[in-house]
Design a protein around this ligand. Structure first.
Ligand code: ADP
Ligand code: MG
Length: 619
């Protein structure tokens, strides 16, 4: 066949293959256009999972009648002047409308503020109709019917009405989070109506929009993030570590207001939470990055959801640093979900109380407990061997131990002093210890609440924090292996490990190349004791391959430290004296991040006196 120029429709259908993957992509493009036009209201109607009908109406600037034909022509846009490095709108490629029009039946009805009446144009599987007059208010309504009727092959890949319909819901929610001042509605015979009333373009307004989308309990369990580094601004919210999900779907990221799915951002979030979450739990996050458009490239893929940062290290460092700092500042703060669930559980079958209904009172407790990350903790994964903490890090943990070894008070004076001290303790965050029950739970009292502490989980966290400090403040002691252990690996992995050997050495792992496709390990960190070197090295190679930054190696060692801390801490079952209990509470107050254990479970639960009184019908 001789070379020939493809027809306009063919070219558009080829582009549609990338731009319009499924009905949700159409919704995304049309909503982006409405927002670029300055809309304050966006109404979306779908039928048949968007395959039969998608209609998006807005009250934006509208399209002048004489530009309607251009709007559906390829490579025609009102958004890009001459500089591809200065993109401030969601759209810029000028290919969404012609792409949709080449695979579906598209019509656009629009009216600008300055024109008396509206005009309409249609494009049907690539065939354009003449512009005709129409009746409409200011703004634009775009209707798409019979999506993919012109490309039946693509139609076969659709997942069914329900799945496509819910993908549309996700797209709308994702974009709505970035535009809190815009009112969105999503309705149709194929769904229950989603209504997102306008809030405002402020941090509070944004959080209210997030709550509309993610549920009212998110703000109660969220920590604000706000940080700037080298002109890059990061704002938003992340969940406290006891408020997690089994997947990362509730992690929303925006770059200059554009929803993105970015591996770098996802990796940074994982890194920031590595300390406080088990690997299979995920924080809920909403993060907005704002930076000079010239230092981020959005022209990576036609769907515009991928970005490339000129300085990925800067962005990663900013995200990891800001989240970690916010987590540390948030200090003691367990998820309210735990306490709320507990309250619900106290009232099995109660018809009117708080969060659960009569039917789900107990279930919601379980759900809350699961949400708190408990299910992610697998004791079987912890090493069996007890560790010699002392020799591992040069006397770590003496303070903690001393607190636990303090003798009991005997004299009457001392007792009086103790009572007085207890009185002042009521004013502290975790209060005065009153009792230990079931040999693991410290019951304490503040002025207006009852606090229950899981002593094992809490102490484990304290040990972990101390261990981590030792790890990062000086080189970690290592032990020589009698015989170097040879680990066979894919050549790329061996190469990567060798490249990072200096860092590994700092953490006590002595590693060097051993011919092609192998490394020799001569030393291991002594705090690991007798470890499975093969597994350790392979895991490290995977880590480096996944993230290829030195930072993540530290995070990995932090995780190892977490596992060790589990074995170096006060076991449940140990009876504590009052002073020991109070010492533990004070240390928790002083230690950032001690509100959750290393597995993301809360270390304590606080019940407000007011809530307890309500349980007893006193309020
Ligand atoms: P892009 O958004 O990349 O410019 P599109 O094909 O999505 O490309 O849209 C083409 C043009 O049509 C836009 O540049 C804009 O001028 C106009 N347009 C599309 N939708 C709307 C709308 N809802 N309101 C106002 N103008 C619109
Ligand atoms: Mg567009």
């Amino acid at each position: 066949m001789p070379i020939r120029q493809l027809s306009e429709t063919m070219i558009n259908q080829i582009a549609a293959g990338e731009v319009i993957e499924r009905p949700a992509s159409v919704v995304k493009e049309l909503v982006e256009n409405a927002l670029d036009a300055g809309a304050t209201r966006v109404e979306i109607v779908t039928a048949g999972g968007g395959l039969n009908l998608i209609r998006v109406s807005d009250d934006g600037s509208g399209i002048p009648e004489k530009e309607l034909a251009l709007a559906i022509a390829r490579h025609c846009t009102s958004k890009l002047a001459d500089n591809i490095h200065d993109i401030r709108s969601l759209g810029f490629r000028g290919e969404a409308l012609p792409s949709i029009g080449s695979v579906a039946r598209l019509s656009i009805r629009s009216r600008t503020a300055s024109s008396e009446n509206a005009a309409e144009i249609g494009i049907d599987g690539g065939r354009v109709s003449a512009v005709r007059p129409a009746a409409a208010n200011r703004g634009t309504t775009v209707e798409v019917r019979d999506l993919f009727f012109a490309t039946p092959a693509r139609l076969k890949f659709m997942k069914g009405e329900r799945a496509e319909g819910s993908a549309i819901g996700d797209v709308v929610k994702r974009i709505a989070i970035a535009f809190p001042a815009v009112r969105f509605t999503l309705a149709g015979p194929d769904r229950s109506t989603l209504e997102l009333p306008a809030t405002e373009d402020s941090p509070e307004g944004r959080l209210r929009r997030v709550a509309q989308v993610m549920g009212a309990d998110f703000p109660d369990n969220a920590i604000a993030i706000d940080a700037v580094r080298d002109g890059v601004h990061l704002a938003g919210h992340v969940s406290v570590p006891s408020f997690t999900r089994a997947n990362a779907l509730q992690q929303y990221a925006y770059v200059n207001g554009r929803p993105v799915r970015d591996k770098l951002i996802a990796g940074a979030i994982r890194g920031a939470f590595a300390d406080v979450l088990p690997r299979d739990r995920h924080a809920v996050t909403v993060l907005f990055l704002t930076l000079d458009p010239a230092i981020v490239d959005v022209n990576v893929h036609p769907a515009k959801a991928d970005v490339r940062f000129r300085d990925p290290g800067l962005v990663r460092g900013l995200i990891v640093g800001a989240i970690r700092e916010a987590l540390a500042h948030a200090g003691i703060r367990a998820a309210t979900t735990g306490a709320a669930g507990m309250m619900a559980a106290f009232r099995p079958g109660a018809a009117s109380y708080a969060h659960g209904g009569p039917a789900n009172g107990h279930r919601s407790y379980e759900a809350a407990y699961r949400a708190s990350g408990f299910a992610g903790f697998d004791p079987a994964r912890s090493p069996q061997r007890p560790l010699d903490m002392g020799s591992a890090n040069g006397g770590f943990g003496e303070d903690e131990q001393a607190a636990f070894d303090a003798g009991p008070l005997h004299s009457a004076d001392a007792r009086a002093g103790q009572d007085q001290a207890a009185e002042t303790l009521l004013g502290t965050a975790l209060g005065a210890a009153r009792a230990q029950v079931h040999e693991n739970y410290i019951v304490a009292q503040t002025r207006d609440s009852l606090v229950i502490v899981d002593q094992h989980a809490a102490h484990e966290r304290l040990v972990y924090e101390a261990l981590k400090n030792a790890l990062h403040s000086r080189a970690v002691p290592s032990q020589m292996l009698l015989l170097p252990e040879i680990v066979d690996l894919p050549e790329e992995d061996a190469e990567r490990l060798a490249m990072h050997s200096e860092t590994l050495a700092r953490f006590g792992l002595g590693i060097e190349r051993f011919g092609p496709g192998a490394v020799a390990v001569r030393e291991t960190p002594s705090m690991l004791g007798e470890t499975n070197v093969q597994q350790l090295v392979r895991d490290l190679a995977d880590e480096i391959a996944d993230n290829d930054t030195v930072g993540t190696l530290k995070e990995r060692l932090d995780r190892i430290a977490a596992t060790m801390a589990c074995h170096g801490s006060v076991r449940s079952g140990r009876l504590l004296k009052p002073e020991e209990m109070n010492a533990l509470l004070r240390q928790m107050e002083a230690t950032p991040g001690s509100g959750t254990c290393n597995h993301g479970r809360p270390t304590y639960i606080e019940l407000k006196l007011a809530d307890i009184e309500r349980l007893f019908g006193r309020r």
